[in-house]
Design a protein around this ligand. Structure first.
Ligand code: GRF
Length: 208
């Protein structure tokens, strides 16, 4: 399965995807960043993966350039991994059901920014991350998988981000692996091995 990964920064989720790509049955064919300085572009380079910086000051222009690349590469799946731009409904419609995003909250809770602080402010005791299909609303489409962490009274937004990130890596790579293997699918709703799934897959590390 061929992937194009969109990033905006550090690229630790991209690095996790790259680490096990051969045995997981997928290949990162191209990395697109809206930031020239994104560390993730260096990671792509180190792995010999084609990569492009796309100027995104104007969304139409950015999306047009991205569409050209996608039409050339023809990925089976587009992965938004820390991509900090909102895609238009028109762009998403072109690649309907083919774009997934990793978001640091237990969706439908806390779409948007500052998810860790918002969870703390609400007195939540559990937090996590979600991988979901991208539709025309922000952090909104069908949730495919989630991982969880506990929020302790001493936690800050920073400590939660730190606790969550390694679990996010596992969540994203395991989810993409299941998609590549054809076991996790979404036709009339989410399915695992052709059986309907009522809820997102839970992919928690053993320490949870
Ligand atoms: C992750 O926390 C992801 O959930 C969010 O942005 C962050 C990206 O981190 N969407 P990285 O660039 O993959 O290190």
């Amino acid at each position: 399965m061929k992937l194009v990964v969109f990033i905006s920064g550090r690229g630790s989720n991209l690095a996790a995807l790259l680490k096990n790509q051969a045995q997981n049955g997928y290949e990162v064919a191209h990395v697109i960043s809206n930031k020239a300085s994104a560390l993730g572009l260096e990671i792509a380079q180190e792995h010999g993966v084609n990569n492009s910086h796309i100027v995104w000051t104007d969304r139409n222009q950015g999306e047009q350039h991205a569409t050209e690349i996608l039409n050339q590469v023809k990925p089976d799946l587009i992965v938004l991994a820390g991509f900090m731009k909102v895609l238009s409904a028109e762009f998403v419609a072109q690649f309907e059901n083919k774009i997934i995003n990793i978001h640091p909250s237990l969706l439908p809770l806390y779409p948007g920014l500052n998810t860790h602080q918002r969870a703390i402010n609400d007195g939540q005791t559990t937090h996590g991350a979600s991988v979901h299909l991208v539709d025309d609303q922000l952090d909104h489409g069908l949730v495919l998988s989630q991982c969880h962490i506990a929020i302790e009274p001493s936690d800050t937004a920073e400590s939660l981000a730190k606790k969550l990130i390694s679990k996010e890596h596992k969540l994203l790579t395991e989810t993409v692996k299941m998609i590549a293997q054809g076991v996790l699918t979404w036709h009339n709703g989410l399915e695992y091995s052709n059986e309907p799934l009522k809820q997102a897959m839970v992919i928690d590390s053993p320490d949870m």
